[in-house]
Design a protein around this ligand. Structure first.
Ligand SMILES: [Zn+2]
Length: 416
């Protein structure tokens, strides 16, 4: 059908506003709003057929039933619902009453168009309300992971505001034994509980979730370079903060029990990376032997283990509900010194998942080869600390995961 005939059929369908008249032609001309398209179509018919040019306001439109006249009002309502919140980016989604969506399809079939010709009402609503919010707050639309997601629900007349979480990367050191990484009933405090409160209050979030790149035993220290983590702050009302000052505040608060460093804003994807990236770890083990050990035998044992692939059956000490299986992990490097003839300090750099206590003791033959076995004297780890945690192939934090942001965030404010 010719455009003009289609246009006549659309206008003949009943009182129709310019938006609804223009929307079926949305893929015909670019750079115009649907309302501008609708006006152009109406003018064309008026001239061609020499009839009165008569427009219909959205309030009287049989298709949208007034929705297309409410874009300004809905944008105002959305900004009200946002309250005082910093944001760099937003996105608008909506729920339109099914009967109105049905009108939108009916309009097209009456003009012999495909039921989904042009643009659906819902996407015009999202774009037009979004554009107004963006202009008023001076922020950009982001379809991937916006800071704020508005959902305009025209069915129940509500506007939902979702403030997407903010992620701060860093490394922590644990300088006192007996502190778990995250909250645990039987312990008074955890690394998470020491680190979270200043971040939670700076970003005015509702909850802080700690994501660590693995975890050390409760009784192990985490030293030197520290362990990577991401602190996720949920529903934040602030998105900018002086991370250096926060770092100092956290380290003041932890009173020497733990420390954080290198706090940096990162993208949400960094959470998965920190949790998934197969990290190698460097441990420092204090080892006690059951009997005197000869220096040469000790050195020869370390040499034998350096670079060795270790077969480990699930250790005795591990939860018995865990499957009993044999895993292979490499000792990437190992070195050590005898303190006296029954004790030694051993540093092991191993693949993720290598059981260190068992590498030393042999775990009654469940780990092979092992230090005790090679030396021929029973050996036990009496203290174990983690010195470093690093990505097996590449560093944890690469440029891809830095949050790419210009300027300061805008602030939405409740009106009135
Ligand atoms: Zn309409």
């Amino acid at each position: 059908m010719e455009l003009i005939e289609t246009a006549r059929a659309l206008v003949a369908s009943g009182p129709i506003c310019d938006h609804c008249l223009g929307r079926p032609f949305a893929d015909r001309s670019f750079g115009l709003t649907n309302a501008e398209r609708g006006r152009a179509v109406r003018t064309t018919i008026a001239m061609a057929d020499d009839v009165d040019y008569e427009t219909t306001s959205p309030t009287d439109c049989w298709v949208c039933e007034g929705i297309c006249g409410r874009f300004d009002e809905l944008a105002d309502d959305a900004i009200d619902a946002l309250g005082e919140t910093e944001l760099y980016s937003y996105q608008v989604g909506s729920r339109v009453p099914p009967l109105v969506e049905e009108n939108d399809r009916l309009l097209r079939t009456e003009a012999s168009l495909e039921a989904d010709a042009g643009e659906p009402l819902r996407s015009e609503l999202n774009r037009e309300v979004g554009r107004r919010i963006g202009a008023r707050l001076g922020v950009d639309v982001d379809f991937r992971r916006p800071d704020v997601q508005f959902t305009v629900d025209l069915e129940d007349g509500t506007i939902d505001v979702q403030r997407n979480s903010i992620s701060v990367y860093g490394r922590y050191r644990k300088l006192e034994r007996g502190i778990p990484q995250t909250e645990w009933d039987t312990y008074d405090e955890s690394v998470e509980e020491l680190v979270a409160p200043p971040l939670l209050s700076a970003f005015r979030g509702t909850e802080a979730v700690f994501h660590g790149a693995g975890r050390e035993d409760v009784d192990a220290l985490m030293l030197e370079a520290g362990r990577p983590f991401v602190m996720e702050i949920k529903q934040p009302r602030r998105r900018s903060a002086d991370l250096e000052a926060l770092e100092a505040e956290i380290n003041d608060r932890t009173a020497g029990k733990a420390a954080v460093g290198g706090l940096t804003f990162v993208s949400y994807e960094m959470i998965e990376r920190v949790k998934q990236l197969d990290a190698t770890k460097t441990y420092r083990a204090t080892v006690e032997f059951d009997d005197a050990v000869d220096v040469d035998a000790f050195s020869a044992a370390l040499e034998a283990l350096d670079g060795a692939t270790i077969a480990q059956r699930t250790p005795h000490r591990v939860d018995h509900r865990r499957a009993d299986l044999v895993r292979e992990r490499r000792v990437l490097s190992i070195e050590g010194t005898l303190e006296d003839d029954v004790s030694a300090i051993v540093e092991i750099h191993g693949e993720g998942g290598l059981y260190i206590k068992e590498l030393i003791s042999g775990d009654e033959g469940r780990t092979e080869p092992n230090l005790a076995g090679i030396v021929g004297v029973g050996a036990t780890v009496v203290a174990l600390d983690v010195i470093d945690v690093e990505g097996a192939e590449e560093p944890f934090l690469t440029d891809d995961y830095l949050l790419d942001r210009d300027g300061a965030p805008a602030t939405g404010r409740a009106q009135g």
